[in-house]
Design a protein around this ligand. Structure first.
Ligand SMILES: [Zn+2]
Length: 293
């Protein structure tokens, strides 16, 4: 089965005018990433559900996992969770979805999350403490982590790399925080997005690798950040079992390619990475199938 474990999908009222929606809902961090500013041309593109499904068909993607956003306001989380639940209900053979959560909202956050999972969502995230304004030791956040373990739900966390070029949304995050989380909650199925901001490479350290036994890495936005040989090298370091293909669709992962965003090109990158068939199949879907089905 071919699965894209990291895409984003927004309702028509957001796609129509993201900037106005962001202003009306005070989601200014999100706005700075998805709309053009004087300093920065956004890489975000938009797709209707029809277009999403057609693009999946074109690349023979069986399932896509809709990831939530790291919203500032709990109302935005609820809004997106309801949209995700509707998408999954209408396309149960093609889509699964994670729930957004804002732990800084306190006790309400967990109650909202329980409702979202009742509506059919199958994981939590992306979560991004630095952008949402809570600490890794925040008690509400940890109650969410403990609940996720109880429910056997994976959590996807957005991680940025500490080096390289600057871009909108490159907010510093501490690798030690993620290490602490993985060490404190070894049963948590933790997915670190965007290769964990490069944290995957530290699994060459055997003590850290032990800590990360239950940590997965997704490949979202990889073409924007890393050379294509990363698939082979990362598979050698962490093992192909721990890598989940994600495209970050409809992000323009190949800004110079006018035909993108699509699923074909990032999948092609994995297929031509020099990995054997078995690890390639794991990355392109078998691992996600084990985790989410
Ligand atoms: Zn992300």
């Amino acid at each position: 089965m071919r699965i894209d474990a990291h895409i984003h999908h927004y309702p028509p009222e957001i796609c129509k005018n993201p900037s106005a929606w962001a202003d009306a809902h005070q989601e200014l961090y999100w706005k700075s990433l998805v709309t053009d500013t004087e300093q920065n041309k956004s890489l975000q593109a938009w797709a209707s559900t029809e277009k999403l499904l057609a693009d999946m068909d074109a690349a023979q993607v069986d399932y896509a996992i809709l990831l939530g956003w790291y919203w500032k306001h709990p109302q935005s989380c609820t809004f997106q969770n309801q949209w995700h639940a509707q998408c999954v209900k209408e396309n149960p053979q093609r889509l699964k979805a994670f729930a957004s959560v804002q732990p800084a909202a306190g006790k309400q956050a967990l109650e909202d999350l329980e409702k979202a999972v009742d509506q059919g969502l199958c994981g939590i995230g992306e979560v991004f403490p630095q952008a949402q304004g809570f600490s890794m030791q925040d008690p509400t956040w940890l109650s969410i982590v403990e609940w996720a373990i109880e429910q056997d739900l994976p959590i996807n966390m957005h991680v940025t790399e500490p080096v390289g070029h600057d871009y909108a949304g490159k907010t510093h995050c501490s690798f030690q925080d993620y290490e602490w989380l993985a060490k404190t909650y070894p049963e948590l199925k933790l997915i670190l997005a965007h290769w964990g901001g490069g944290l995957a490479f530290y699994e060459l350290n055997s003590s850290f690798a032990k800590t990360c036994k239950n940590v997965y890495y997704d490949t979202a936005a990889s073409p924007l950040l890393y050379k294509p040989n990363i698939y082979k090298i990362a598979a050698e370091i962490v093992g192909a079992d721990k890598i989940l293909f994600g495209s970050d669709y409809p992000l323009k992962a190949y800004p110079k390619d006018p035909s993108a965003p699509n699923f074909t090109r990032p999948i092609e990158e994995v297929l031509s990475s020099g990995l054997d068939k078995e690890p390639t199949d794991k990355i392109l879907g078998n691992n996600a199938q084990k985790l989410f089905f």
